[in-house]
Structures are given as C-alpha cells and as structure tokens.
Write a protein of this length. Structure first.
Length: 122
C-alpha cells in the first residue's frame, strides 16, 4: 500500500524537488518489508518448530543465527536509509525555493506581481 501511495505522490509531484527522495525512500521501505516477509518470518516460523531441549537445537540455532543477522542488517539499513530520504524530502518540500513555479507550499499566498493583471484583488 505504501508503494502505491508513493507512486501516486511521485506521479502528481514529480517536478518538485522532494519527489525523487520520496520515490527512493519508498523503494527502500518496500524492500525492507519484502525482506521481512520473504526471509525473516519464514525463518522465525521454522525456528519456532525446533524443541529447545532437543539434541538438534544447538545446530539449528547456529544455522539460523548468522544468515538471519546478516539479513536483519540489510533490513535495518534499508529502513534507516528510507527514513533519512523521507526526512530530506520533507525538508526539501518545506523550503520556499524547493517547489516548482506552478505550486507553492500550503498557506503561501501569491505575490502582488503574480496577481497584477489577473483580475484578482489582493
């Protein structure tokens, strides 16, 4: 769902300085979720089936621990990078000079020069 929302945001605001950061952050966020569902949940479920008091518990843990930790680091870096990219996007979106000429930050009024000759009184 977040990937879809990011796609809609990117399509509607692709000319804004923040759009590419939102898109990249969304890709990394979805990648982190994919690692969780494709790797971590099945591995956790497999480990939950092992009896901790059995003779095979120690070898099962040793086979589980190292690759799980590696993929957990991948997932952590993906989520951290996504959070950083979203923060950069927010800063770029809020900066007055960061928007295109056709949009402005919410609440910013049009200047007198933009209104002159438009028939709109200020």
């Amino acid at each position: 769902m977040s990937g879809f929302a990011a796609g809609v945001f990117f399509a509607r605001r692709r000319r804004e300085a923040s759009a590419s950061y939102v898109l990249a952050g969304s890709v990394l966020y979805v990648a982190g979720i994919a690692v969780t569902f494709a790797y971590h949940i099945p591995k956790n479920d497999d480990l939950a089936l092992v009896d901790p008091n059995s003779a095979g518990a120690a070898p099962a843990w040793n086979d589980y621990q190292t690759p799980w930790t590696v993929w957990n680091h991948v997932r952590t870096v993906a989520f951290l990078a996504a959070a950083i990219l979203f923060a950069v996007a927010l800063v770029k979106y809020r900066r007055p000079g960061a928007t295109s000429k056709t949009t402005r930050p919410v609440g910013e009024l049009a200047g007198a020069a933009e209104l002159s000759g438009s028939g709109v009184s200020r």
